[in-house]
Design a protein around this ligand. Structure first.
Ligand SMILES: [Zn+2]
Length: 381
């Protein structure tokens, strides 16, 4: 699911592509995508409006629309990309597949298309106040009042500390709460916690001031770096002007079983509140005060004979589980495939350089076997 850096990238692309364009029509083949209108009413309400700008609040995209003679109030289009939503600007008549569910026709002959494989994405159109420009109806009102924007100047370490206040609960879950801080999802919560060396199961109220400062810096750094790299193109994310490259720089997300970049021990994966969570249990320690969590993590460790114990540890309240199975550290199928591909690349490179070395030595038979890659499945309690 696109998070702040991905949505910000889309916003910046769109801003350059459609600001100043006029909408002359709309069509949709999936009424559920429309949050505020049925497709016909939506077309009527949006046509004739000029796109005044494109913005973002958390993970929500906002397209600011001007008034028309028939509808004197300005409006805002809210776009939730959810799991698989994508936006493209193309010439009308360009090939279109069956996953394009909403199309806005522009007066200059282009179209803004919303493509959404899984159809969880939602688009709403709401009126704004003529004087203030603020949205006055629907979800658009609430969205502007939600959690703190982590990249805003006002989001200082002091402000973060105030927001944390006496918040309780597991940090990973809290960071992903859009009413607390907006725009952070699974990827950047895991990455920021790894950078800050804080365990995802840590109770928020046990953070000390220096933990908070490290986490604040880690959050802002990882988000800013990702915006610079146009986001992480994992799953279906892409932006109107192309993919991002942050996925190549993620240090824990979807890297279960691979060595931690700091300490070399394998990255682990557990499920917290239904979401997979990646961390290094060496670099990100759980305080002894949280003995229940520590004990559960230990019980999820290696059985000692190379085989992993089946673990189905659950708690009341926020549930979390170690994922067991192939790869011993809970790799997903994708992670397995990527690790195998990486291993094959390394092996090929080694083989090629061995062949070159052999050739340089004067034609000795190149080795046929490649050296095994050091085991990555050792357990860490
Ligand atoms: Zn580590």
């Amino acid at each position: 699911m696109p998070e702040l850096p991905e949505v910000e990238t889309i916003v910046r692309d769109l801003r350059g592509l459609v600001t100043g364009a006029r909408i002359v029509g709309a069509r949709s083949n999936w009424p559920k995508t429309m949050r505020s209108h049925d497709p016909e009413a939506f077309a009527g309400a949006v046509s004739g409006r000029e796109i005044e700008g494109v913005g973002r609040r958390g993970k929500q995209l906002l397209v600011w629309l001007g008034p028309t003679p028939a509808a004197p109030e300005p409006a805002v289009l809210t776009i939730h990309l959810k799991m698989t939503g994508q936006l493209f600007v193309v010439a009308a008549g360009s090939p279109q597949d069956r996953h394009v569910h909403v199309v806005l026709a522009l007066a200059d002959g282009r179209e803004l298309r919303f493509r959404d494989m899984r159809k969880f994405g939602r688009i709403g159109l709401y009126r704004r106040d003529t004087a203030t420009g603020e949205p006055v109806e629907g979800e658009a009102v609430g969205v502007l009042a939600r959690g703190a924007e982590p990249l805003a100047d006002e989001f200082t370490a002091r402000r973060f500390e105030e927001l944390l206040g006496r918040r309780r609960g597991r940090l990973k879950t809290l960071l992903m709460n859009q009413d607390f801080v907006a725009g952070i999802g699974n990827i950047y919560a895991d990455e920021a916690l790894w950078r800050a060396r804080i365990h995802p199961l840590r109770d928020a109220h046990t953070l000390r001031r220096d933990d908070i400062r490290r986490l604040h810096k880690a959050l802002r750094d990882v988000l800013a770096e990702s915006v610079e790299r146009r986001g992480s193109s994992v799953d279906d994310y892409t932006a109107p002007e192309g993919d991002g490259s942050m996925q190549e720089h993620l240090q824990v997300y979807q890297r279960a079983g691979e060595p931690c970049d700091r300490c070399g021990r394998p990255i682990r994966r557990i499920v917290v509140a239904g979401r997979s969570t990646h961390f290094c249990s060496w670099c990100q320690r759980i305080p002894v005060a949280q003995r229940d969590a520590a004990a559960l993590l230990r019980s999820a460790g290696d059985a000692g004979d190379g085989a992993r114990r089946e673990v189905a540890a659950t708690r009341r309240g926020t549930r979390w589980t170690e994922i067991s199975g192939q790869g011993a550290l809970g790799r997903t199928g994708d992670e397995e495939a990527r690790a195998a591909a990486r291993q094959a690349r390394v092996a090929a490179t080694r083989k090629a350089s061995a062949t070159r070395r052999a050739a340089a030595r004067g034609g000795a038979t190149p080795p046929t076997a490649t050296p095994p890659i050091a085991g990555r499945t050792g357990g860490v309690a």
